[in-house]
Ligand binder design. Structure first.
Ligand SMILES: Cc1ncc(COP(=O)(O)O)c(C=O)c1O
Length: 400
């Protein structure tokens, strides 16, 4: 399956200045005269070409005389590919009925929060965390119930005492869990997952597990899908994932929720119908199918690249930029950088990074409490971008 000897191109410069990229548009709106060679490292999509197998497959699909771009249903071959991928890559045997296709993980967990909690109730989450988690509660008259992670010298841990206390409150009905965790890069261990799950089962908190980053796991770590802990955990959880982070397909809006429990599934799909939730598209289903069957070699090489980039950033900072401390990264392609020793408030820090160094990274405060003094850097890019970005930063910091 997709195992070949191809070496993929992770070096070519891709400048997406044509208006088709959300990330680039945001940065170009900030600075219309972005110098050539400056690449934004903010939003989590890759500054890498898609796997050529996907582009070729989509081209073939469009060239096929019988292809029609009408309303899409999930082709059986797509569903088979998802099932096979979860079994082989994540040791998770699922039934095909459990798959609910969704047009994006963010809309999918927003809908789940609405389907499974009531206005006025609390949604537990652990900051610093992917910011749409907050909106999933706030925008729909639920409370953000924050259980901030504890920074244990660079390795974040769950605050168990607080978590149990929050779970024990019957008005806190769902947990929005990020696994692996964006932005702090933790890959939760089996022990942590089980402890978390046991607390949720005991207090009847539904686990909404966002596992969109589950394929990007760095050497020495192992991702465990929450629902694979056992039947009880599977029956009281929904897992959200997608090929979008892994294969750089976010623009195709193709994702899925896996819901083993029939009652939860029916309630969820009922809610989706009520709000007319969108479906993935024909191109998205096809791209996912190809990704999950033919692009595993590409994925392995991307993980190597991210690991190499992680080491590059670590070496650069320890040798030339001691004011910046990269936190250990276990998964995702997002590096959490501690900039607190610069002793700047967050506004000044952003000004220095964005305006003076053209070091376009996401301010840590985006991710809520605990993000102050940090920034998040996207490492899914050619190593040369990181080198020039860090060199620009080194110059600016030297002249402080
Ligand atoms: C934890 C997490 N969930 C969801 C998403 C985005 O999902 P989608 O583009 O499918 O809505 C991201 C993107 O960065 C993410 O980090």
């Amino acid at each position: 399956m997709g195992m070949n000897n191809t070496t993929y191109d992770f070096h070519s410069m891709i400048e997406r200045r044509d208006g088709s990229s959300l990330k680039w548009n945001q940065i170009l709106a900030y600075n219309r005269d972005l110098p050539a060679g400056v690449i934004p490292l903010t939003v989590a999509d890759m500054e890498l070409k898609n796997p050529p197998e996907i582009m070729e497959g989509l081209r073939d699909l469009l060239d096929h005389e019988k292809t029609v771009l009408g309303y899409a249903g999930p082709p059986e071959s797509y569903t088979d590919a998802v099932i096979r991928f979860l079994a082989t890559r994540h040791a998770w045997e699922i039934d095909r009925d459990w798959i609910v296709n969704t047009a994006g993980v963010v809309p999918a967990f927003w809908h789940a929060v609405q389907a499974f909690s009531h206005p006025g109730e609390g949604v537990i989450m652990m900051s610093p965390v992917y910011h749409p988690f907050f909106y999933a509660a706030e925008q729909f008259d639920r409370h953000v119930v924050n259980c901030p992670l504890i920074d244990n010298d660079g390795r974040y841990e769950i605050n168990w005492t607080l978590f149990e206390k929050l779970a024990d409150d019957p008005t806190n009905t769902v947990l929005l869990f990020c696994s692996p965790h964006n932005p702090v890069g933790r890959v939760w261990t089996e022990g942590e997952l089980r402890r978390l799950g046991d607390i949720c089962l005991k207090h009847d908190v539904l686990v909404l597990s966002d596992e969109i980053h589950f394929d990007i796991i760095l050497p020495g770590h192992r991702h465990i899908v929450y629902a694979t802990l056992g039947e009880a955990y599977a029956q009281r959880s929904i897992t959200f994932s997608a090929p979008s982070k892994t294969f750089n397909l976010a623009g195709l809006k193709t994702s899925y929720a896996i819901i083993p429990n029939k009652g939860l599934r029916e309630k969820y799909t009922g809610y989706m119908r009520r709000v007319s939730a969108a479906s993935p598209t024909i191109l998205g289903f096809k791209a996912c199918e190809i990704a999950y069957t033919e692009c595993l070699g590409w994925l392995d090489q991307v993980i190597d690249l991210i690991d190499k980039n992680r080491l590059f950033v670590e070496d650069f900072c320890s040798g030339r930029l001691p004011q910046i401390r990269p936190y250990p990264m276990e998964g995702t392609y997002l590096q959490w950088l501690d900039c607190r020793s610069l002793e700047m408030d967050d506004e000044r820090l952003k000004e220095l990074l964005w305006s003076e160094a053209h070091f376009f990274v996401t301010p840590g405060t985006t991710f809520g409490k605990g993000g102050e003094g940090f920034v998040r850097v996207n490492l899914a890019c050619p190593t040369s971008y990181l080198k020039s970005a860090l060199e620009r930063l080194e110059q600016v910091i030297r002249h402080l």
